[in-house]
Design a protein around this ligand. Structure first.
Ligand code: ZN
Length: 271
């Protein structure tokens, strides 16, 4: 599934042009090699920076916040990564239902395949299930286009099968990507989505601090990142997200903000 022709993102196009020009220059004036090498290294450093910055747009379109119309309505997007988890996700769904909040779940495909009833329950409750790779591989951003394609297609199939709706958005593990991720996503018909704020609930053990981190300076339109799979536990052994989420939802309500799922780009344009 593709929509229109793919155009290389500015940084990728610039980098390819630079390398082409450097090759021509090297052939014409080989004695200039130290300058040309320096230029190539600087280009690679800029590329690495962009790959490791989840919120960067230099490697292609990236949904980091809600559209202006949604922000004007006082909406914030709640997103949960790395589930579904049989212990945590059903309780997250209960907490959201109790407060009338809806969210996006960036699911790991093989976990959705292992717990399809949880994925189906989330979808039935009005939440969105999106793509977060099939196996959540370490160093996803260092993998070639073929592995990326396989990871994305595997999750797409497993999540669609579990909940009856195909994901529209993709979030790479840790938000890191490669210069070719944008092309792979274009071919898969998916859009990249990251976040504006994260609570570090996958590593932080104090739920109060996780909620505070998300809430300090929070504004309508923000996209919040939490985890319903593989998250940290507090000193009592409870999943941190289950303690932090009620605090967060109560604070959102007190500020007149409403939690919603992230829209796909065409829905965002129509909002
Ligand atoms: Zn993840």
């Amino acid at each position: 599934m593709t929509s229109g022709r793919w155009r290389p993102p500015a940084l990728v196009a610039g980098s390819l042009a630079l390398h082409g020009a450097a090759a021509v220059a090297l052939a014409a004036a080989p004695q200039q090699w130290p300058w040309l090498l320096g230029l190539a290294l600087a280009d690679h450093a800029a590329m690495a920076q962009a790959c490791l910055r989840p919120r960067s747009r230099l490697l292609g379109p990236n949904l980091t916040r809600l559209p202006a119309a949604a922000a004007a309505r006082g909406e914030v997007a709640l997103t949960f990564d790395d589930g579904p988890d049989p212990e945590v996700t059903p309780r997250v769904l209960d907490l959201l239902a109790a407060r009338g909040a809806r969210a996006s779940f960036f699911c790991v495909g093989r976990r959705a395949a292992a717990h399809p009833e949880i994925a189906a329950a989330a979808a039935a409750a009005g939440h969105r299930l999106e793509n977060h790779t099939h196996t959540h591989p370490g160093h996803f951003a260092l993998r070639g286009p073929r592995v990326m394609e396989r990871e994305i297609a595997g999750a797409q199939e497993a999540i669609t099968h579990a909940c009856g709706r195909a994901p529209r958005l993709f979030r790479p593990p840790a938000g890191f990507r490669a210069p070719w991720t944008d092309l792979v996503l274009h071919r898969s018909g998916l859009a990249l989505a990251t976040w504006t704020r994260r609570g570090f609930d996958a590593v932080a053990r104090d739920p109060r601090r996780v909620a505070d981190r998300l809430l300090r300076g929070l504004a309508a339109g923000d996209v919040l990142l939490l985890h319903d799979g593989g998250g940290a536990r507090d000193r009592g052994g409870r999943p941190v997200v289950l303690e932090a989420l009620p605090r967060l939802l109560d604070a959102l309500a007190a500020r007149g903000l409403r939690a919603v799922p992230l829209p796909a780009p065409d829905e965002a344009a129509a909002a």
